[in-house]
Design a protein around this ligand. Structure first.
Ligand SMILES: NC(=[NH2+])NCCC[C@H](N)C(=O)O
Length: 410
């Protein structure tokens, strides 16, 4: 049986991708909620949707099948029936802070009265207190902070479908995310994989599920070829989660090498793909800001050891490490912003390094990063630019906004 998931590189011709069209969740918050919700500004929804549709059309025009998370999640619940719907709702409420109690009951009744698509959309958008018909009668609900508007927070980062799950080979990781603002997101991916007819019982292997204490996010997980991965040690992905997934990939998959790359732990560079992406067989974008003195950076090449252990090789010459792992004679590392410190900083902030390859040497990028885009063209790449004034306010670019499900082999 061929698996409905097949991703053996970052660059193979993209056949199927998972997106989430931004909905009301991206404007259902106030400035004081922004840092906690990992946003840097208040987006303007109609334009964000227009930009997102343009992005989706660009992919479709290039032969990519576009799937939407919100639709798959509702279809999965439709297919799974009442018990699964009830369990999903209970789990979502529990992870939103209401395992039991009168608020739990009121929210369950409110959401429970909706059809699956409306319920999924509502959970994604967040639930304000004034929309639920509920009068507090017990101390727990009466004492709940009065001046907070929400029972359930919105999930504005959902349009960054790259992060809650990552397709690797014929399987995927369903991720335990770092910050509470994003932790509930991967519940949607879980129900899709378990119950959507497209994926359920089709031999999809879960390398690592969301029930872990250690954290990993898809923005850090790069599939370089069918046996090598690069994973960022970052603000979002911990070294112990990398060891854990490496063991699983070595044991049950065709992978034999994981290159762990340590990047600065900050919001602008929260994932490896904000500073480093693969765009061709032998070409990568790299933000000069991650390279230290003499272009060095900490990397550990992890390979299988004896009795299920791991071997580690610590090196700091990224270019040589990649050349060795990918068996290449040479490699083109293309600096964001052409290496100019001011331009590199500005364009990295707006995801100039966050390119989505849709075929070897063909990338989708934000039009606003014109210096980096010109440089990519000078290095021989075909660059498809998408409009990006509002989408970029969420601190993610074309790679973050897409989760490849099927790519052709390279
Ligand atoms: N793969 C990525 N770089 N994703 C970007 C995610 C941005 C999002 N606001 C967050 O902080 O989580």
């Amino acid at each position: 049986m061929t698996s409905p998931i097949h991703v053996t590189s970052e660059i193979g011709k993209l056949k199927t991708v998972l997106l989430k069209r931004p909905g009301r969740e991206i404007e259902n918050f106030t400035p004081d909620m922004m840092p906690r919700l990992l946003f840097d500004d208040i987006p303007y929804l109609p334009i964000a949707q227009k930009e997102h549709d343009y992005f989706a059309d660009t992919l479709r025009d290039n032969g990519v099948e576009v799937l939407y998370l919100e639709k798959l999640a509702a279809e999965a619940l439709d297919a799974a029936g009442d018990k699964v719907r009830n369990d999903f709702l209970e789990q979502m409420l529990t992870e939103s802070g209401y395992a039991t109690g009168t608020i739990h009951d009121a929210l369950k009744e409110y959401l429970g009265s909706m059809n699956n698509q409306d319920m999924v959309n509502k959970i994604m958008e967040g639930i304000r207190k004034n929309e639920v018909d509920f009068v507090p009668t017990d101390l727990v609900s009466a004492a709940e902070t009065e001046n907070y508007e929400f029972y359930m927070d919105p999930m504005p980062n959902l349009y960054f479908t790259r992060d809650p799950s990552a397709c690797i080979g014929e399987g995927l990781s369903i991720n335990h995310m770092t910050f509470p603002a994003r932790q509930r997101e991967s519940l949607f991916n879980e129900i899709v994989i378990k119950y959507h007819p497209r994926f359920a019982d089709k031999g999809v292997h879960v390398w690592r599920d969301r029930n872990h204490d250690t954290r990993i996010e898809g923005g850090d997980e790069l599939v370089l070829n069918d046996h090598v991965m690069a994973i960022g040690v970052s603000q979002r992905t911990s070294a112990d989660a990398i060891q854990d997934i490496a063991k699983s990939l070595f044991k049950e998959g065709h992978f034999d090498t994981v290159i762990a790359i340590k990047i600065p732990h900050n919001h602008a560079m929260m994932h490896l793909d904000t500073v480093f992406t693969m765009i061709n067989y032998d070409q990568f974008t790299v933000h000069p800001g991650i390279l230290g003195e003499g272009g060095h950076i900490d990397t550990w090449t992890i390979t299988p050891g004896k009795n299920g252990d791991l071997n580690l090789d610590h090196r700091t010459d990224l270019k040589q490490v990649l050349k060795d792992a990918l068996k290449l004679d040479d490699l083109d590392l293309i600096p964001t912003g052409n290496g100019d410190p001011i331009i590199a900083g500005r364009e990295q902030w707006n995801d100039g390094s966050n390119t989505l390859a849709i075929a070897p040497g063909v990338v989708v990028t934000y039009n606003r990063n014109y210096v980096s885009n010109d440089l990519l063209r000078k290095h021989g790449l075909k660059v498809l630019e998408v409009i990006s004034s509002e989408l970029s306010r969420g601190r993610g670019g074309p790679r973050c906004m897409s989760c490849p499900i099927v790519r052709e082999d390279i």
